[in-house]
Design a protein around this ligand. Structure first.
Ligand code: HEC
Length: 102
């Protein structure tokens, strides 16, 4: 009986940790409604997960001008990894999935 009790405590602890991890934000990038943006999603996932998780971006909603500022600011941190074409694709993707909710 004791062993079963311990097991259920462990299961509850694992479930709590799992929920806590989920609360930190999405770590899977949402599919864009426009399938033409699929390659842009892949570029975003590859380039914007190098220094921090993609959840850093997916936790935010910005208007296009704000995303442009953020993404070009990020590009300046890694100019050898993020090209101007990448910025264009990433902006199209972020504006589609993480636009302002206002
Ligand atoms: C070279 C490392 C690096 C790369 C690559 C990078 N970031 Fe960042 N990012 C940072 C650092 C460091 C911070 C925290 C300091 C700051 O805000 O400048 C940050 C902060 C952020 C923030 C929170 C601040 C804000 O302005 O909202 C967002 C959103 C973000 N990054 C999105 C992105 C996106 C989108 C990409 C891909 C284009 C990207 N990052 C690529 C290093 C990076």
């Amino acid at each position: 009986m004791k062993a079963i009790y311990r097991l259920s405590v462990m299961v509850a602890a694992v479930a709590t940790l799992w929920l806590a991890a989920c609360a930190l934000g999405p770590t899977i990038a949402p599919e864009p409604a426009d399938s033409a943006l699929k390659p842009a999603k892949a570029i975003f996932e590859a380039k914007c997960s190098v220094c921090h998780g993609i959840s850093r971006s997916l936790g935010k909603n910005k208007v296009p001008e704000e995303w442009r500022k953020t993404v070009t600011r990020m590009q300046k941190k890694a100019p050898d990894k993020i090209s101007d074409a990448d910025v264009k694709a990433i902006l199209a993707y972020l504006n589609a999935v993480q636009g302002s909710k206002k």
